[in-house]
Write a protein that binds this ligand. Structure first.
Ligand SMILES: [Zn+2]
Length: 463
């Protein structure tokens, strides 16, 4: 009998990993890191219930670390199969996995320095070298049409509207005369989308659906993002201040560049220097430009007219450390977009340290700030925040634009589900905090009358 085991993303938005077994073959969908509090992170060190060497294929929905960040460890533990993903996801993984290896090494070094690890010495989950080596297992595929993986598995993909390369995966599982069809939503974006195609509505019926529920109990505010951005940038510019935007390198930075260009071209915002100060964000922006198969109709039309959609006037990419440092000496209104998105590390820390104490500046948050992060502290209105071992006072304006989320809220998810011609036999709510998954499950059962449930960590179901 074919089975499905939930190896992650149950009761949490991290660690996405699902194991499908049929006819003695094993396939995994997504291979994410557990992130967040210690109890979750320790799960990264637990052995999987099956040996990594016994898994033949890995399919990826998209290249966020909570979906791909465990790959180098899986390979270190013996996986020798193929990793299949869209061509954009493969290219993004080539950027984010080595970076993750580097961070794992840094964390281990820091733990040794502080002597807080239970391992002595603390070890990285994997190294930069191991992450680089793992990339050779990646195979770019175009699975808009069904691809037969083996006699037991066939896959097909649909746009998920989440980030560059993100796809939902339809997996057909065969064993003897049993045929089961599963839809893995991966992370589901909002619609309409600015720069990538919006989430598709697969037409066929499914026996099972694994549906994300990050915003299962929340709605995004209805606001005009462009007008908010104009107001915030203009205010800082009038004061002679700088707008510092901590932004994720993948997706958010490119959406901001697109919006700023649109607003400046439409004369709604006066042109001012815009700096992208993050080597990763710069590399990722080039991938967004290059992967035309992942462009929204709006982006397509702009390119056909000879316009680079991600290049507002007066744009500067600050790749080197020297270029980044020169921004410290610039005293005129400007926008600095820099990583990390939750101000937990990266170059944005230097800009915050310099800009936070001056009331003329604005710090603009455009993404979810997780509990316990520096970003969340600043957003919540603290008077000072610790950086590089000293207290930095917060006198700058602090603003948040929530509408740029890469995840659909529950209203959008329900609207998307309502477009399905036929309900799946059973829907599993995954990738959410317990309250969010439970809330969305209730909505689906009560409003759509679908059969839905919230699975638990390591639960195995017979298909
Ligand atoms: Zn994601």
């Amino acid at each position: 009998m074919p089975t499905l085991t939930f190896l992650g993303a149950t009761g949490t938005v991290t660690g996405s990993k699902y194991l499908v077994e049929a006819g003695g073959e094993r396939l995994m969908v997504d291979c994410g890191l557990f992130q967040g509090d210690k109890e979750l992170r320790l799960r990264n060190w637990n052995p999987l219930p099956v040996p990594a060497s016994g898994i033949q294929w890995l399919l990826l929905t998209h290249a966020h670390l909570d979906h791909v960040g465990y790959i180098p460890r899986l390979i270190k533990d013996g996986f020798r199969g193929q990793i299949l993903a869209s061509s954009s996801t493969v290219d993004l993984a080539k950027i984010v996995l080595p970076d993750s290896g580097h961070l794992q090494e840094e964390d281990a070094e820091y733990a040794n320095f502080k002597k807080y690890s239970k391992h002595a010495p603390a070890l990285p989950l994997y190294t930069y070298e191991e992450a680089v080596k793992s990339l050779e297992y990646l195979r770019p595929i175009n699975a808009a049409q069904p691809i037969e993986i083996s006699s037991h598995f066939t896959m097909r993909t649909f746009f998920a509207g989440h980030i560059l390369g993100a796809r939902m995966i339809e997996l057909t599982v065969r064993e003897n005369d049993k045929v089961k069809k599963i839809l893995f939503s991966g992370d589901l974006g909002r619609f309409p989308q600015l720069i990538i195609p919006e989430p598709a509505v697969p037409e066929d019926g499914f026996d099972y659906m694994l549906l994300e529920s990050t915003y299962g109990d929340r709605l995004h505010p209805k606001e005009d993002i462009g007008q908010r951005l104009v107001g915030i940038v203009q205010h800082a510019a009038r004061q002679g201040g700088t707008v510092v935007i901590p932004a994720f390198a993948v997706g958010r930075t490119q959406e901001l560049l697109f919006l700023l260009r649109e607003l400046i071209e439409a004369n709604e915002l006066a042109s001012l220097p815009i700096h992208v100060d993050s080597p990763m964000a710069i590399d990722v922006t080039q991938l967004y430009e290059a992967h035309r198969e992942d462009h929204s109709p709006v982006i397509d039309a702009l390119e056909k007219g000879g316009v680079n959609p991600f290049s507002p006037p007066n744009l500067h990419f600050d790749k080197s450390v020297d270029e980044s440092k020169q921004l410290n000496n610039a005293h005129y209104p400007m926008v600095i977009i820099s990583a990390s998105g939750m101000a937990t590390g990266g170059r944005v820390i230097h800009h915050l340290e310099r800009c936070l104490p001056d009331h003329r500046n604005t710090i603009l948050f455009v993404g979810f700030q997780a509990a316990g992060t520096r970003g969340q502290a600043i957003q919540s209105g603290v008077k000072s925040v610790k950086m590089h071992g000293r207290n930095v006072s917060v006198r700058a304006r602090v603003e948040t634009i929530e509408g740029l989320s890469a995840h659909a809220d529950y209203g959008e998810i329900l609207a998307w589900l309502a477009r399905f011609a036929k309900p799946p036999g059973k829907t599993f709510l995954v990738h959410g905090e317990p309250k969010a998954s439970e809330a969305l499950c209730q909505c689906i059962v009560q409003q759509l009358r679908w059969n839905a449930t919230v699975p638990t960590y390591l639960q195995k179901v017979t298909l």
